[in-house]
Design a protein around this ligand. Structure first.
Ligand code: UDX
Length: 439
């Protein structure tokens, strides 16, 4: 059955969700406060890079199932189910989440909700936020208690957002009534019928699922990176160690890739906001370990800088450093809290000329760090470099020919921050190969 859905906030999450819901056959209206973004989306232009999403967007615009607006009154008049997909970034100067976008979105929409509706939060919020928003809706919407709130966290990975939206691992529905559950089951019917497990919960549990999942993933990455520190102190090889651990099905190999660690718009800010919320709830001890997870992750960045400096004989001043990768991970142009750019900027501050190439993220990186040099191709970035740092594991970097690069660099020195290049190949071509956690 077709539903009339709206999506409030058309950033990364919202634009993907709007297109995916239209793809399921629903009539969807997306809204954002940014008129330029709305105009672009209405033309089928995405403000970020995400494989497959532009096609999904254009196909559903053409089919007439997807439209965009900046007007909350239009949203309220159109939809029966309103998804909240605005951002919840880290608050400046604090670990806590900045909830202003969520608060503003609800404050703008509520006065127009004059008939029964279901508002569904998808943004990642501190546990307890949903109960407060539900009360605010009851108080400020003309339809009062006929406006219900549910929480339906998203788990999509950048680079796989389309697949993760249309074929998710699970659907979590935090609901306060059987009616809300029935509505959301109907909205997701094609996905549920395809076999996706559904977990029904109360509101706080649904809010917690997301941050708990991301905390676990961050912990797993920092665990193997802590093992890398042990390997560095003992001459052991963390890649072999990780492989051996991964054969235990209780451990598993996913998110056990050692290297420069996690970044992006989710994992770092989610674990920090989770710690901040635990503090407010008086259970900060329960999450003290996440401080360590964060610290291990930050140390990997410092260690990568140290490896590069050691390769250069102890000084960055006046040297040229080539950096392959700027995005926080491959198949994305997102540079939010990117480990690669953090390392590049630090080395620049220490006096080196830093030449960066990323297949998709150069423009975003330049916006944040205009003093680094940006190059459209790998060869021009590495020409004359005293050391090459591989910091985001794009597939095309794996196929680079060490001999061809070797002809243009000033010296054949490589630091592989992602443990993704083949040491045998690079060493055979006369390169020094250094990597985190390996002899
Ligand atoms: C993450 C979660 O996976 C997703 O479920 C949630 O909804 C949003 O946050 P995303 O931020 O897109 O998604 O990236 P993800 O693929 O999880 O990678 C996060 C970071 O961890 C990247 O910087 C990646 O390079 C790093 N990473 C990942 C490792 O260092 N080692 C690994 O083994 C895996």
């Amino acid at each position: 059955m077709t539903h009339r859905l709206t999506v409030v906030g058309t950033g990364y999450l919202g634009a993907t969700h709007a297109a995916a819901m239209a793809e399921l056959g629903h009539d969807v209206l997306g809204m954002d406060v940014d008129p330029a973004r709305i105009a672009a989306l209405a033309e089928g232009d995405l403000p970020f890079y995400e494989p497959g999403l532009a096609d999904l967007l254009r196909r559903n615009l053409a089919a007439g199932r997807l439209r965009f607006t900046v007007d909350p009154a239009e949203v309220a008049a159109f939809g029966d189910v309103h998804f909240l997909c605005v951002g919840t970034p880290q608050r400046p100067g604090s670990f806590a989440a900045d909830l202003r976008q969520v608060e503003t979105a609800v404050a703008r929409l509520a006065p127009h909700l004059d008939r029964p509706a279901l508002v569904v939060g998808k943004s990642t919020v501190p546990v307890g936020t949903a109960e407060q928003l539900a009360a605010q809706l009851r108080r400020t919407a003309p339809a009062g208690a006929d406006v219900e709130l549910a929480w339906n966290p998203e788990f999509l990975r950048e680079g796989f957002a389309v697949q993760d939206s249309l074929e998710p691992d699970r659907i979590v529905l935090g609901v306060a009534s059987a009616r809300a559950e029935a509505t959301l089951r109907a909205v997701y019917a094609p996905v549920i019928e395809a076999g996706t497990p559904v977990v029904i919960s109360d509101l706080p549990t649904a809010e917690l699922v997301k941050v708990a999942a991301n905390s676990f993933l961050a912990t797993k990455i920092s665990f193997i990176n802590a093992m890398a520190e042990l390997c560095e102190a003992t001459g052991a090889d963390v890649m072999v160690l990780a492989d051996a651990l991964a054969h235990d099905p209780r451990i598993g190999g996913q998110f056990l890739r050692p290297g420069l660690g996690f970044g992006g718009g989710c994992l770092p800010k989610d674990i920090r906001a989770f710690m901040a919320r635990a503090g407010e709830l008086g259970v900060d001890q329960a999450l003290t370990f996440l401080r360590e997870v964060d610290a291990i992750n930050q140390r990997r960045r410092a260690r990568t800088v140290d490896l590069a400096r050691a390769e250069l004989g102890g000084e960055f001043e006046g040297r040229t450093v080539a950096v392959l990768g700027a995005a926080f991970k491959p198949n994305s142009d997102d540079v939010r809290d990117s480990p690669a750019l953090d390392v590049a900027a630090t080395i620049h501050e220490l006096g080196a000329v830093v030449r960066v190439h990323d297949p998709k993220a150069n423009a975003n990186a330049q916006g944040r760090f205009p003093l680094l040099e940006y190059h459209d191709d790998v060869l021009s970035a590495v020409t004359g470099a005293d050391v090459v740092l591989h910091l985001t594991e794009w597939a095309q970097f794996r196929d680079l020919d060490p001999e061809v690069l070797g002809r243009v660099v000033a010296a054949r020195r490589l630091v592989d921050g992602r443990n993704a290049l083949d040491p045998v190949r690079w060493r055979a071509a006369g390169w020094t190969y250094r990597a985190l956690g390996r002899p």
